[in-house]
Design a protein around this ligand. Structure first.
Ligand SMILES: Cc1cc2nc3c(=O)[nH]c(=O)nc-3n(C[C@H](O)[C@H](O)[C@H](O)COP(=O)(O)OP(=O)(O)OC[C@H]3O[C@@H](n4cnc5c(N)ncnc54)[C@H](O)[C@@H]3O)c2cc1C
Length: 434
C-alpha cells in the first residue's frame, strides 16, 4: 500500500522557492519496458513526476529488427541527449536491393528509404533508453498488472505477484497485446485489426557475406529481407508472409518456427540458409501485422501509449511515434499542472493526425514486402523503379518522412520538482539480466 503519496500533501502552483509542485499528479505507473515505456519514464522524470516501470518479462527485451529516425524525430533524440549513443550504435546501412530468383538486382533502394537519417537495431535502442533512465526510475521486471481500480483520487493496482499499490496515473505502454488496454478498455478483439500478413524477425549468422547492405527477395505471398547487422557477423532477417486470419500460439516459439519453415520450404534463393539461422536463433519475434484502432486512448486516470494505443505495423513509424508520443504525453501533463484530463485530451489532439498517416502507411507494408502474386510483385517493382529514379527522389524522401514529421518536436517548459522519497512499495524485487 502506498503510504507516502506526496500528491496528498503537496501544494498547487508555485511554492515560495519558485519550484512548482504539482498537486494532482505525482506518481505514474508505466506498464512495459519496451520503447514507449522507458521514453516516457525519461520525460516524466525531467518534468518532475515519479515513474515506476513494470515489465512482464524477467529481463530487458533487447532484441528486434532495425528501426529508423527522420526529421523531427532526430530532434527528439538530440533533446533526450541520446543521439550520440544512437549514432555510435547505428547500422550505417547502405542500399537495400530487390533481387530476382537468380540473385540479380531489380531495384536498389537507397538507405534514405528504409534507414532514414539514422538507423539502429531495436535492441540497442531499448538498452540505450533503459541506461538513460534506470538511475531515476524504478524498474520492476517479471511482474505485471492484473487489476486496476480507477478511483477519483488514484488508481489502485494489483500485480500478478500479489503486491498492491496506488498511483496517480497508469500508462499502458505494453505493446500490441497490451494488458492495460484489456483491463481498462476491454478485449483485444475489439481494437486489433489483422492486416493479413505475419512477420518473423530474428538474427542469423552472416552467411550471405553482406556488408552494410540488404537484400529483398520475393516469391508470391512471401518476402525475405536480410541485411547485415551492426557488427557485420550477423544478419538481421525478416520474413513477411501473407497469412490472413492466422491462428497461432503467441507463446509457442517452436510452433512459430515450424510454421515459418513450412511456409518458406520451397521459396528458393538463400532461404534455406536463412531458415537454418532461424532454428538457431534465440530472439525470434513473431506476430501478425496488425493495427490497433481506438476512438480514445484514455479513460479516467489510465492512458495508452505507443503500440498499445495505435500500433501501425512496419513502415508506420511506430518506434519514433512511440517516443514522440511519450514526450508529448509527459510535456502536456507538466503544462497542464498535472490536470490529467486536459493533458490526455491535448496529447490525443496532437498525436492523432500523425498516427493517421502512420497507419495509412503501415496498411500497405504487407503488400509491399510480400505481394501476393507474381503480377503484384512485377507491378510493385515497376512502380518503385520509377519512384527511385533521381527525378522524383525529392518526392520520395518527403513521402517516407511524412509520418515522422507529422508531429513537430516542441520544447515544453520544464518545472523541476523537489525530490521525494519513493512513493510506492512493492513486494517483488526488481531484477535485470546482466
Ligand atoms: C522483443 C521485441 C522485438 C520486436 N521486434 C520488432 C521487429 O523486428 N519488427 C517490428 O516491426 N516491430 C518489432 N517490435 C515492435 C516494436 O518495438 C514496436 O512496434 C515499437 O517500437 C513501439 O514500441 P512499444 O514500446 O509501444 O512496444 P514494444 O516495443 O512492443 O514494447 C512493449 C513492452 O511491454 C512488455 N509487455 C507486454 N505485455 C505486458 C504486460 N502485460 N505487462 C507489462 N509489460 C508488458 C513487452 O514485454 C515489451 O517489453 C518488437 C517488440 C519487441 C518487444
Amino acid at each position: 500500500m502506498n503510504s507516502n503519496r506526496n500528491s496528498q500533501n503537496a501544494t498547487n502552483g508555485h511554492s515560495a522557492k519558485g519550484v512548482r509542485a504539482i498537486r494532482t499528479v505525482r506518481t505514474v505507473l508505466v506498464s512495459g519496458a519496451g520503447i514507449a515505456g522507458p521514453s516516457l519514464a525519461y520525460w516524466l522524470h525531467r518534468h518532475g513526476f515519479e515513474a515506476t516501470v513494470v515489465e512482464r518479462s524477467a529481463f530487458l527485451r533487447d532484441s528486434g529488427g532495425a528501426v529508423d529516425f527522420r526529421g523531427e524525430q532526430v530532434k527528439l533524440l538530440k533533446a533526450m541527449g541520446i543521439f550520440d549513443a544512437v549514432k555510435a550504435a547505428e547500422t550505417a546501412m547502405g542500399d537495400q536491393v530487390v533481387i530476382d530468383g537468380a540473385g540479380e538486382p531489380v531495384i536498389a533502394f537507397s538507405s534514405a528509404f528504409f534507414s532514414g537519417e539514422v538507423e539502429i537495431e531495436r535492441g540497442d535502442l531499448a538498452r540505450i533508453l533503459y541506461d538513460a533512465t534506470c538511475r531515476d526510475t524504478r524498474y520492476v521486471f517479471g511482474d505485471w498488472i492484473v487489476g486496476l481500480d480507477d478511483r477519483a483520487d488514484g488508481v489502485r493496482v494489483t500485480f500478478a505477484s500479489g503486491a498492491t499499490a496506488t498511483y496517480d496515473l497508469v500508462v499502458g505502454a505494453d505493446g500490441l497485446h497490451s494488458g492495460v488496454r484489456r483491463l481498462a478498455f476491454g478485449p483485444e478483439e475489439g481494437y486489433r485489426h489483422d492486416l493479413g500478413w505475419a512477420i518473423a524477425g530474428f538474427t542469423a549468422p552472416n552467411d550471405l557475406g553482406l556488408d552494410h547492405e540488404g537484400r529483398i527477395y520475393n516469391v508470391p505471398g512471401c518476402g525475405v529481407m536480410a541485411a547485415s547487422a551492426r557488427d557485420g557477423a550477423r544478419l538481421g532477417v525478416g520474413f513477411v508472409f501473407h497469412a490472413p486470419d492466422l491462428a497461432y500460439d503467441r507463446h509457442d516459439v517452436e510452433a512459430q518456427k515450424q510454421l515459418v519453415a513450412a511456409t518458406y520450404a520451397d521459396a528458393g534463393w538463400e532461404t534455406r540458409t536463412l531458415l537454418k539461422g532461424m532454428w538457431q536463433a534465440e530472439d525470434l519475434y513473431f506476430d501478425t501485422l496488425s493495427q490497433i484502432r481506438m476512438d480514445r486512448w484514455s479513460t479516467g486516470r489510465v492512458v495508452l501509449l505507443g503500440d498499445a494505443a495505435w500500433c501501425a505495423g512496419p513502415g508506420g513509424s511506430g518506434t519514433g511515434m512511440a517516443m514522440m508520443g511519450a514526450h508529448v504525453l509527459a510535456g502536456e501533463l507538466a503544462a497542464a499542472g498535472g490536470d490529467h484530463t486536459a493533458a490526455f485530451a491535448a496529447y490525443e489532439r496532437i498525436l492523432r493526425p500523425a498516427v493517421k498517416i502512420g497507419q495509412k502507411q503501415g496498411k500497405g507494408a504487407g503488400g509491399f514486402l510480400a505481394p501476393v502474386d507474381a503480377k503484384k510483385i512485377a507491378s510493385r517493382n515497376k512502380a518503385y523503379k520509377m519512384l527511385t529514379r533521381k527525378m522524383v527522389g525529392g518526392f520520395f524522401n518527403w513521402l517516407t518522412a511524412r509520418a515522422a514529421n507529422a508531429v513537430e518536436y516542441k520544447e515544453y517548459k520544464e518545472y523541476p520538482m523537489e525530490p521525494v522519497a519513493p512513493a510506492v512499495w512493492m513486494a517483488g524485487e526488481s531484477r535485470i539480466a546482466a
